[in-house]
Write a new protein. Sequence first.
Length: 384
Amino acid sequence: MKAVLLIGGEGTRLRPLTCNTVKAMVPILNRPFLEHVIAYLKSHGVDDIVLALCYLPDHVQSYFGDGSKHGVRLTYAVEDSPRGTAGAVKNVEGYLDDVFLVFNGDILTDIDLTAMMAFHRARKANVTIALTPVEDPSAYGVVETEADGRVRRFVEKPPREEATTNLINAGVYILDSDVLPHIPANERYMFEHDLYPKLLARGVPVYGFPSEGYWIDIGTPEKYLQLHCDLLQGKGVTALHSAARPSDPASVARGGWVHPTARVEGPVVLGHGCHIGPAAYLKGPVVLGEDCIILEGAAIEGSVLWHHVRVGRQAVLRHCIVGDSTSIGDGSQLDTGSVVGDHVVISPGSYLAPGTRLGDVSQEEPTPPPAGPPRARQDPGGSP
Ligand code: GTP
């Protein structure tokens, strides 16, 4: 089966992490997100994949090439302007077979695609939408179905007490090529708001396939951190990670050098070449990318640091994300939910209040100034 992976969005909610790279390339356990998704698709026999791109396409192409190193065949389709989720599929119509899979490129799941395909065929559906349960449906669009799974209607953000279901669209679809004529060419067109309501109105058989499998959308920093916690604590698996899951949670993949007086409480992943200095404290879940340097007495808890990050003496990082080649000054504190982009230099003694975003966030609402001075500057050529 062929698949179209939708990875053309700008990932604005993940900024500043997506200022220099696409959401599909952000590291998950030190490997690009997309690599995990491709391994999952491959495990279900999907090895012919069209990547529908728009924003920063070169990053993906230069890493994955023709896909042969990852055991799949990749075709790239770059939109000159964003076509929307359905418009992006219309744009690659010429590559597609009678039945194909479409996957939002920012979700990680273990939904059983093989069972979903069997469901699609048994119902003689034209569209099957994977559905996943959420605790509070009021923040999402829910999908109401009949007992046999046929979609009755889509309800956008129902108040909790009025919601008749907690099943939402999981961003995984099986489509018959018969539906492609319903998508206008060369237009921005969305599955959720444009195509599916139109198909329902015309009586086209659209079905929902409920799944209890693991599912997460990494669209926000909170969810990005959550995914790392889930993977390291064994609540979620990826086709890449499951094979490497250790029996000892204290050291998932240890490389580099850890001073004998440093404390590492798992689960922690250390990239190659990391140096953990004297009396430093890592309290998992923590992931450090390659060549990170953690100086004496620094403490890091529940955080993800990308490559080449330097954390100064006695600095404290709690539940935060730090981009490539950023340097955190001695004695600084990054409080819960702080997100720092690439090549930022944080001066010694800085304090980042909870939820601070620092880096190139120019296209976003500015973060309110934290209580203390985050005396930080952008350092375009910076290295630790
Ligand atoms: P935000 O800006 O944070 O909302 O992120 P996003 O637009 O990247 O993601 P969103 O959740 O809106 O979209 C779901 C998936 O569809 C993501 O994997 C996007 O990359 C992808 N996507 C959204 N719009 C387009 C588009 O116009 N073209 C293509 N090819 N993919 C798209």
